[in-house]
Structures are given as structure tokens and as C-alpha cells.
Design a protein around this ligand. Structure first.
Ligand SMILES: [Zn+2]
Length: 323
């Protein structure tokens, strides 16, 4: 079973408790509504409860007469239930209007089915673990509408970068588990982080399980957890979230630990057929020199490369705002 941090667990538990509470409130509201419109429903419900008690008492007493009595009560109960359902259909168009409207019908919002975590609970745990990771990310989420084509002065470059923006926008619009993995390549300040942040924002708003951050930050967290200096399971979360976006491959402090963690993340996700977006400022020569063959072959063989062109936007932005 996947491990989650204590705070993730607490958040998911309290989200379930909130769901149960809101179901209970809604049920009480419906009861008040129905009883006001049709007081006989309350009487019929009381009679159901009373026959239930009668059954219990008869069962405790035993005797030859018990089977007949049970049958009699059963028939009576069915009649009463049908009478209630008829009234509810007439009033609200829904015979089950007074059943608890649970968020999840599998576990009745308890979070467990036969002792195992229900899918709805796992979804909550994942959602909160992604949120926790993204909250520690220092990169701001961005919107495609903030893309400024005037930052790309050269016409050829501009048209190329507009195509890349459109590609990224379509990627976010059509994202699915079958989406490609992308490799953003180009020098510093050409909009790689910006477009990554646009894709992240667009998908997070749609409720997708996106984990987005700078690779050095992630590796620091993974290492701290690995050596027991912090609690959590960032590596697993990175490997099995819906979309992982790693910013700035090549800027991390290089150790054998970081190299093997990077391989585990990339390879783990490829094995699960999950898409990943990686950006780097390094040229292919620098990548070859820095990483071992198995990481390079995974990236070149399985990622769609997007080449970012132009002059450093940050420099240009300063110039433009100074005018
Ligand atoms: Zn459930």
C-alpha cells in the first residue's frame, strides 16, 4: 500500500468527514422539506422503525410462530416502503429522495471497502499529496494569455515560438494518459519554465494530478526523505502522478544519489506509460557529458523534443520596461 505523509492523511480524512457531515445535513434538510409537505411520511417511517423493533423482540423470544411472523412483517414493511416511495416520487420525482446522498456509493463516504482504501479515498490522498508538493514549489503558475510574442524580436523566431506556444496549449487542452512526454530544450530565459507553468496551471485547474517543480528542489526533498531527515514519500508521488513537470534538468548538484534518483523517476514513469515534461538549459553535448548513457537514451528515445529559440527574454523584458 502506498505511503502518504501524516498531514496528507489528515487532510484526506477530514475531507471525508466533511463529506459525511454535508450528507447528513442534506438528509436532514430533505426530511424537514418532505415532512412539511407530507407529514404522513414521518408516520410511515415511525411505523417502519416500530416493526423493526417488533421483529427484534419476536426473534429474541423465538417459538414456532417466528417464521410466519417474520414473513408478515416483511410484507408489511415492503408495503410501507412502497407507500413512502410513491409519495416521494409524486413530491420530488425521486423515490430514493430520503436515502443518504453519499458522494461515493462504494464506501458510503467512509473511505474503506472491506478493510481496504476505497478509490475515492486514494483520489483524495493523491490530490493532497500533489498539492503539498506543489506548495513547496517556488515556481509561479502562469497563464497562456500572458505569453508576450513581442519578446521574440526576430520574425522567424517569433513564428517558431508561437508554434511552440500553440503546441503547448493543445497539449494542455487534449491532455490524457496517452499524451507524449516532452523535452524542452534551449538556453536560459526563452520561456521554457513559463510554458511549463502554463501547462501546469491549465491542468491543475481541471483537477488533473500534476506535480510541478524544479528538479534540484525535488531531489533535495527526495534525498532528505531517503536519509530520514524528512518525512514523506516524494519519490513515489513523482513517479505515479498523472503528469510530472521537472524544471531545469542539469542545474542540480550532481551526486551518484541524484543521478540514480533521476533515472528512477524517468524510467519509473516510462514503465508506467505516464507522461513527463522535462526542461533543460543544457545543449545535447553538455547533456552527454553530464549524464550516463541510460538516462540520455531514455530521454532521446521516448521524449518529443521542443527547441526554444531567441534571445534571453528576461534581458529583453528589462529593456522594454525601461523604455
Ligand atoms: Zn469511496
Amino acid at each position: 500500500m502506498k505511503k502518504y505523509s501524516i498531514s496528507t492523511f489528515e487532510k484526506a480524512e477530514s475531507a471525508l468527514a466533511e463529506r459525511r457531515q454535508s450528507v447528513e445535513q442534506e438528509l436532514q434538510r430533505r426530511r424537514r422539506e418532505v415532512y412539511a409537505l407530507a407529514p404522513e411520511v414521518a408516520v410511515l417511517e415511525q411505523s417502519l422503525a416500530a416493526t423493526g423493533n417488533k421483529l427484534l423482540m419476536a426473534a429474541a423470544k423465538g417459538g414456532d410462530d417466528l417464521p410466519r411472523l417474520i414473513e408478515e412483517i416483511k410484507v408489511k414493511n415492503l408495503d410501507t416502503q412502497k407507500a413512502i416511495a410513491d409519495i416521494l416520487t409524486e413530491l420530488k420525482g425521486d423515490p430514493d429522495y430520503l436515502d443518504a446522498p453519499y458522494h461515493c456509493q462504494l464506501c458510503n463516504d467512509t473511505g474503506y471497502v472491506s478493510g481496504s482504501r476505497c478509490r475515492c479515498f486514494v483520489d483524495l490522498l493523491d490530490k493532497f499529496s500533489y498539492e503539498e508538493l506543489n506548495a513547496s514549489c517556488r515556481i509561479r503558475l502562469r497563464d497562456f494569455s500572458e505569453f508576450r510574442e513581442e519578446y521574440y524580436a526576430d520574425e522567424k523566431v517569433r513564428s517558431h515560438m508561437l508554434k511552440i506556444r500553440e503546441y503547448c496549449r493543445r497539449y494542455a487542452d487534449n491532455f490524457s494518459e496517452d499524451s507524449d512526454s516532452l523535452f524542452f530544450v534551449g538556453m536560459t530565459g526563452l520561456g521554457k519554465t513559463f510554458l511549463s507553468a502554463c501547462i501546469a496551471k491549465s491542468l491543475i485547474e481541471k483537477g488533473r494530478g500534476v506535480v510541478f517543480g524544479s528538479l534540484p528542489d525535488f531531489l533535495r526533498t527526495v534525498e532528505n526523505e531517503h536519509f530520514g531527515r524528512a518525512q514523506g514519500n516524494t519519490l513515489d508521488t513523482m513517479i505515479d502522478c498523472e503528469l510530472l513537470i521537472l524544471d531545469d534538468l542539469g542545474s542540480e548538484f550532481q551526486t551518484s544519489f541524484s543521478e540514480s534518483a533521476i533515472y528512477d523517476i524517468i524510467n519509473g514513469r516510462l514503465n508506467l506509460c505516464k507522461p513527463t515534461i522535462i526542461s533543460t538549459n543544457l545543449s545535447s553535448k553538455e547533456l552527454d557529458a553530464r549524464y550516463n548513457e541510460r538516462i540520455i537514451s531514455r530521454i532521446t528515445g521516448c521524449f518529443v523534443p521542443l527547441m526554444f529559440m531567441g534571445k534571453d527574454i528576461r534581458h529583453l523584458r528589462r529593456q522594454l520596461s525601461a523604455q
